[in-house]
Ligand binder design. Structure first.
Ligand SMILES: NC(=O)c1ccc[n+]([C@@H]2O[C@H](COP(=O)([O-])OP(=O)(O)OC[C@H]3O[C@@H](n4cnc5c(N)ncnc54)[C@H](O)[C@@H]3O)[C@@H](O)[C@H]2O)c1
Length: 314
C-alpha cells in the first residue's frame, strides 16, 4: 500500500505534485538538484497554501501540518530508499529520465512503483532503463499545470503492469481529489493534450486569418464551447445536439479548417520576437511587470472557483 511518496524535481510541476500529495495526508520526500530551487521550495508551497486558505479552500490551521508532510532532499538515494511510489518531474529529456530511473532501480525497494510526469516521451523508452521485474511497476502519471489546482491525472495502463498495481496508484490519485483518466495506449500527448492542441490549432489559425481579435477569439472559446466543456464532455455534447447534425456540420466545416502538421507560423513569429507570453510581459496580450502577481493570482483564483464548483457537482 502506498503511504510514502518521493517527488523528483521541485520545479513548476514537482512542487505542486508534492504539495497536492502532502495536502491529502501523504508523507512526501521532495528531491531537487538546483540549490536555489531546493532552498526556496517550501516558501513557494507555503505561499500557495496561504492563497488556498485565503480563498477558503483549506484551513489556515492545517498549513503547518501540510508543510511538515514534505521533507526536502539534496541526496537522491536518501530521498527514495523507503518510499512506496516515486514520480519524477525533471526536465523533458529522455537521457535524463533514463539515468534517473536506472539509479532509482538500484536505490528503491523492490515493490516501489515508478512514475513519470512526462508530457511527450514514450514509456517504452523509459522502461529500457530498469530491470525486468520493475517494468511491471512503472507508468506515466501525467498532471496538468498548476498541479495543485487542476483536478486531472492521466494514468497509463499500457499492458506492462498488473491491474492491482494500477488500482493502487489510482487510489492515491482519487484520494488526492483527482479525476483519473485511464490511458490505454502509449500515444504522444495522451488524451487531454491532444484535445487541447486540436483546439489551439484552430484558435491560432483564426488569429492568423484575422477572423476576430485575440480578445474575441478567447471570448468565443470561454463562453462558447469552453463554457459547456467544464461540465459536459465533447461526446455528451455531440449526443445532446444529435449525431446527424454533428455529421453534417463536420462535413461542411472540417474541409475548410486548419489541418497543419506543425506549430502555426504566428507562434514562431512571436517566439522570434521574444514575445513568449507572461514570462516576457507580452504574448498575444500584454502583462505589465508591476501587475504580474495580480494577474497570476487572478488566474489561480478563477481556477479555484471552478475547482470548488466542480467538486460540488461531479
Ligand atoms: N510545465 C508544464 O505545464 C507541464 C505539465 C505536465 C507535465 N510536464 C512535465 O513535467 C516535467 C517537469 O516539467 P516542469 O515544467 O516542472 O520543469 P521545470 O524545469 O520547471 O522543473 C524541473 C526541475 O527539475 C530539476 N532537476 C533537473 N535535473 C534534475 C535531477 N537530475 N534530479 C532532480 N531534479 C532535477 C530542475 O532544477 C527543476 O527544478 C517534464 O517532463 C514536463 O514535460 C510539464
Amino acid at each position: 500500500m502506498i503511504e510514502k511518496i518521493a517527488v523528483l524535481g521541485a520545479g513548476t510541476m514537482g512542487h505542486g505534485i508534492a504539495e497536492t500529495f502532502a495536502m491529502n495526508g501523504f508523507q512526501v520526500n521532495l528531491f531537487e538538484t538546483h540549490d536555489q530551487t531546493r532552498n526556496s521550495v517550501k516558501e513557494v508551497i507555503e505561499s500557495e497554501l496561504l492563497f488556498l486558505a485565503e480563498n477558503d479552500y483549506i484551513e489556515s490551521k492545517d498549513i503547518e501540518g501540510i508543510l511538515k508532510n514534505i521533507t526536502v532532499y539534496k541526496d537522491l538515494k536518501e530521498s527514495v530508499e523507503d518510499v512506496d511510489y516515486v514520480i519524477e518531474a525533471v526536465p523533458e529529456k529522455i537521457e535524463l529520465k533514463q539515468k534517473i530511473f536506472k539509479e532509482l532501480d538500484g536505490y528503491c525497494k523492490t515493490e516501489t512503483i515508478f512514475a513519470s510526469n512526462t508530457s511527450s516521451l514514450a514509456l517504452n523508452e523509459m522502461l529500457e532503463a530498469v530491470s525486468d521485474s520493475r517494468k511491471e511497476r512503472m507508468m506515466v502519471c501525467h498532471w496538468y499545470n498548476p498541479a495543485h489546482l487542476m483536478p486531472i491525472a492521466e494514468l497509463s495502463y499500457f499492458g506492462n503492469m498488473p491491474e492491482a498495481i494500477y488500482k493502487e496508484v489510482e487510489r492515491i490519485y482519487l484520494k488526492s481529489g483527482k479525476q483519473v483518466v485511464k490511458v490505454l495506449k502509449d500515444v504522444p500527448g495522451l488524451v487531454a493534450n491532444r484535445i487541447q492542441q486540436g483546439v489551439a490549432r484552430e484558435v491560432f489559425s483564426l488569429i492568423e486569418m484575422g477572423i476576430a481579435s485575440p480578445e474575441d477569439i478567447d471570448k468565443a472559446l470561454k463562453f462558447g464551447p469552453g463554457f459547456r466543456y467544464a461540465t459536459t464532455g465533447q461526446l455528451e455534447v455531440a449526443d445532446m445536439g444529435g449525431l446527424d447534425i454533428w455529421c453534417t456540420v463536420g462535413d461542411n466545416l472540417l474541409s475548410v479548417m486548419d489541418n497543419r502538421k506543425e506549430a502555426n507560423p504566428i507562434l514562431r513569429q512571436k517566439v522570434a520576437e521574444g514575445k513568449l507570453g507572461l514570462k516576457t510581459n507580452e504574448g498575444f496580450f500584454e502583462y505589465p511587470k508591476d501587475k504580474l502577481n495580480d494577474i497570476k493570482n487572478d488566474f489561480n483564483r478563477r481556477l479555484l472557483i471552478q475547482l470548488k464548483t466542480s467538486q460540488k457537482y461531479v
